[in-house]
Design a protein around this ligand. Structure first.
Ligand SMILES: NC(=O)c1ccc[n+]([C@@H]2O[C@H](COP(=O)([O-])OP(=O)(O)OC[C@H]3O[C@@H](n4cnc5c(N)ncnc54)[C@H](O)[C@@H]3O)[C@@H](O)[C@H]2O)c1
Length: 393
């Protein structure tokens, strides 16, 4: 039987039950996610699968993703393994006729994510990505304001997103973390994808960028924990994106300036300053002409954004609702991070989309110097980490 006719819920299997996979499993199992039923679990680590059998005695547990995918127990899979595995597991799942919701980032390199998209398209199944912050009220409002043209022509984007602070014990919690072979990148690939995605979701994709990626600035790791991107848009607008896992206390402040006003998102609030007259007209006006401004504040709401993305995914399959975070859009933020790495490695400005061959060649060089060969996971429990998800952004 496929999607249950009786209770109208999607039969879901989760692959990779670590920090975030455990949270998804708990939420679905305990009925927090409308439209989803937990029907299978999979983790390649035997210690984890043994624990899962005790924790969820009525849910079948597998140790190979292919066994879960071919079990006929599920209509859809949620993939929450380390990033390198997202594309190959998704391709296997689409090949077996399953819907797929992948964790972010969709993969490490755009080339493999393109293959994932091709498999999704060929299968005709739903393809979602866990960009949970898209379900956040004030980011949705910012997107609405920019897309509607209310902000006028885009002029400048500045995002200081340095509140992704991580202690060394976080990096030490799994040997795949923060290594070129096991993870494929640092803060730009693990933490900042949410913000890179929101940036492009709200403002669109830049045309070129330059970046500095600082390797191991504050931690004992192989990859960058501090990065700054300077990007340019087709219309001349510019963007600066600063991120780090080493600043404490950090900042999360997004400013978007258009020709008709400005948005500032900080401290759980969106402040929209609206100009009466477009700046272009104001610039050309006489000295005595004023340009009064009005300020509107929109407060954030506490929402369980991970659950909202899971629910929306089920709703899109069961009832045809539009996907809030389509997997096909997940490549955009990866184009930005791949371009940022390429820019830092080649010390030059990069035009988007990136040249996949150039990126893969240099990534392979990094992988060859990596301390980890292959994605290895120690499944150490980094218990403090889950408290992070109590904050919306
Ligand atoms: N959306 C979010 O807010 C959010 C938060 C945390 C992590 N993530 C993403 O989720 C993914 C996992 O991160 P994590 O912190 O939970 O990692 P983790 O190391 O805690 O968990 C990964 C789990 O996957 C298992 N695994 C590894 N390879 C596997 C395979 N081939 N088949 C089955 N199981 C396999 C491991 O044994 C481990 O239990 C990453 O891509 C990360 O970026 C997203």
């Amino acid at each position: 039987m496929s999607v249950s006719e009786t209770d109208k819920s999607l039969r879901v299997g989760i692959i990779g039950i670590g920090n975030i996979g455990s949270a998804h499993a708990h939420a679905i199992y305990s009925g927090e996610v409308k439209g989803m039923k937990l029907c299978a679990l999979c983790d390649s680590d035997e210690k984890v699968s043994a624990r899962l059998k005790e924790q969820y005695p009525d849910v079948p547990v597998f140790s190979a993703h292919t066994e879960l995918i071919n079990s006929k127990l599920v209509d859809a899979v949620v993939i929450s393994t380390p990033h390198y595995y997202h594309p190959p597991i998704a391709i296997d799942a689409f090949g077996a006729g399953l819907h797929v919701l992948t964790e972010k980032p969709a993969g490490v390199d755009c080339a493999s994510v393109k293959k994932m998209c091709e498999a999704a398209k060929k299968s005709g199944k739903a393809f979602g990505v866990m960009f949970n912050q898209r379900a956040n009220k004030i980011f949705g409002e910012a997107k609405r304001i920019v897309s509607s043209g209310e902000l006028g022509e885009l002029r400048r984007v500045v995002w200081i997103i340095t509140n992704w602070y991580r202690k060394q014990c976080y990096y030490d919690s799994g040997s795949w973390r923060a290594t070129w072979s096991g993870e494929g990148g640092g803060v730009l690939l693990n933490q900042a994808p949410h913000n890179l995605d929101l940036w492009q979701w709200i403002c669109g994709m830049p045309k070129t960028l330059r970046a500095e990626c600082y390797i191991a600035k504050r931690h004992n790791i192989e990859v960058e924990d501090d990065a700054t991107i300077f990007a340019e848009y087709e219309n001349g607008a510019t963007a600066v994106f600063i991120t780090s896992t080493g600043d404490f206390p950090g900042t999360n402040r997004l400013e978007i300036t258009g020709s008709r006003g400005k948005l500032v998102l900080e401290g759980g609030k969106l402040i929209h300053t609206k100009l009466s007259m477009d700046e272009l007209d104001y610039r050309a006006s006489d000295n005595d002409v004023k340009n009064p401004r009005e300020t509107v504040e929109i407060l954030d709401e506490k929402r369980n954004c991970h659950c909202l993305i899971l629910e929306n995914f089920a709703d899109s399959i069961l009832n045809g609702a539009p996907l809030l975070a389509s997997g096909f859009e997940a490549i955009n933020e990866l184009e930005i991070s791949n371009a940022a790495y390429l820019s830092a490695w080649q010390d030059k400005k990069i035009a988007l989309p990136v040249n996949d061959d150039d990126f893969l060649k240099l990534l392979e060089e990094k992988q060859n110097t990596s301390s980890v060969h292959g994605v290895k996971n120690d499944s150490n429990n980094y218990s403090n980490y889950s408290s992070r998800w109590n904050t919306n952004w």
